[in-house]
Design a protein around this ligand. Structure first.
Ligand code: NAD
Ligand code: WQD
Length: 346
């Protein structure tokens, strides 16, 4: 069975490609490498011994994407490709709407044209905005607070309308909580450009000496130690969730949204202490002003995915830290061919 993976060279896409190849699927990747490296695909080959068919193409350029559908018999699509930096989306919203929303419309039009009506889509817990209650269920109100989150909510609406218009479509919307960690081989992982926006790359870049210290964004939240609480999920568990969703999507018709999280929250400092304990490296930190738009507590009710997809997260916080550290310490410069370490300053 051939699966088209958009954004397959990225952080979550690359881990999902490994799981797909290990399960015997044929994998075709579309990526424009806007936020990823070709080396990730070479590493996937090192892990699995299998080949991916790569199209260096942009989802917003219709003829580039159409070539992929013309040249391949595709059974289903896992759609990761998108821009994901919240702060950036506030500065350049049109780029986010065009890339994420227009890119998805072009993809769906071609799927329809070539009779490929099965999709697993990457959404985000960011669609819930500041939740009224935790744990968050899938039927909670969607009220994203930034343009990035609104692109995800809009795409979810478009996919709903598509499924209402034609019952042959089958779509799973996966709302990820906070993916961290890396493949246990230490060969693939998260490699952000510049100063990381997210907590785990920030911690591991401090550990490796690339950043001087961790900025902790606020310690006056109503949480166990005053720092923000999130539902961290190991990226390999997340990748495995995609395979479960894919199986269900291929079997069923209609559209469903699923939270992919562990259902447990950890504070920033709990994560820092867990990382220190598994790595043996001290993480100096400074408490700074809260980050605008941040919420105090966010964690999932993951029961719908457990019941309908027969999936639940298996890896705990220590394994997430161990694997993130193995990736970062083996690749201090990320995927850069020179593996050089360029120190950053705030
Ligand atoms: P990523 O940036 O590592 O991967 C996205 C990939 O899509 C990259 O390889 C990028 O080059 C590619 N891409 C972007 N725009 C494209 C376009 N127009 N044409 C072709 N390729 C394009 O991000 P990720 O962390 O792997 O996230 C994957 C998906 O999951 C994204 O849609 C993201 O919004 C969503 N998501 C991520 C997180 C997270 O914390 N990482 C959380 C929730 C949801
Ligand atoms: C986690 C906690 C921060 C960095 C974001 C997006 C969301 C989704 C996942 C894509 C918070 C604190 C962080 C740092 C810190 N992505 N922190 N110092 O904000 O929950 O979610 O990524 O869909 O849309 O908004 O994740 O990793 O940025 O922050 O203290 O240097 O760590 O305040 O409490 P967040 P995060």
């Amino acid at each position: 069975m051939a699966i088209l993976v958009t954004g397959g060279a990225g952080y979550i896409g690359s881990h999902t490609c490994v799981e797909l190849l290990n399960e015997g699927y044929d994998v075709i990747v579309i990526d424009n490498f806007a936020n990823s490296h070709f080396a990730a695909l070479e590493r996937i080959h090192m892990i699995t011994g299998k080949n991916i068919k790569l199209y260096t193409a942009d989802l917003t350029v219709q003829h580039q994407v159409e070539a992929v559908f013309m040249e391949n018999e595709i059974d289903a699509v896992i759609h990761f490709a998108g821009l994901k930096a919240v702060g950036d989306s506030v500065k350049v919203p049109l780029r986010y709407y065009e890339n994420n929303v227009t890119g998805t419309i072009i993809l769906c039009n071609l799927m329809k044209k070539y009779h490929v009506k099965k999709m697993v889509f990457s959404s985000s817990a960011t669609v819930y905005g500041a939740p009224d209650t935790v744990p968050i269920k899938e039927n909670s109100k969607l009220k994203p607070t930034n343009p990035y989150g609104r692109t995800k909510m809009m795409i979810e609406g478009i996919l709903q309308d598509l499924c209402s218009s034609d019952e042959e479509w089958s779509i799973s919307i996966l709302r990820y909580f906070n993916p961290i960690g890396a493949h246990e081989s230490g060969l693939i992982g998260e490699d952000p450009n510049g100063i990381p926006n997210n907590i785990m790359p920030a911690i591991s870049q401090v550990a490796v000496g690339k950043l001087p210290y961790l900025q902790v964004f606020g310690n006056q939240y109503p949480t166990v130690d005053g720092t923000g609480v999130r539902d961290y999920i190991h990226v390999v568990d997340l990748a495995k969730g995609h395979l479960k969703a894919l199986t269900q999507t291929i079997k069923d018709n209609g559209i469903e949204a699923y939270n992919l999280g562990t259902g447990k929250g950890f504070s920033v400092l709990e994560l820092v202490f867990a990382f220190q304990s598994v790595s043996g490296v001290e993480i100096p930190y400074q408490v700074v002003e809260p980050r605008p738009g941040d919420i105090a507590i966010c964690y999932a009710d993951p029961n719908k995915a457990k019941q309908n997809l027969h999936w639940s997260a298996e890896r705990g916080i220590r394994e997430m830290c161990e694997d993130a550290w193995r990736w970062q310490s083996n690749n201090p410069g990320g995927y850069s061919i020179f593996n050089e370490l360029e120190p950053l300053t705030f």
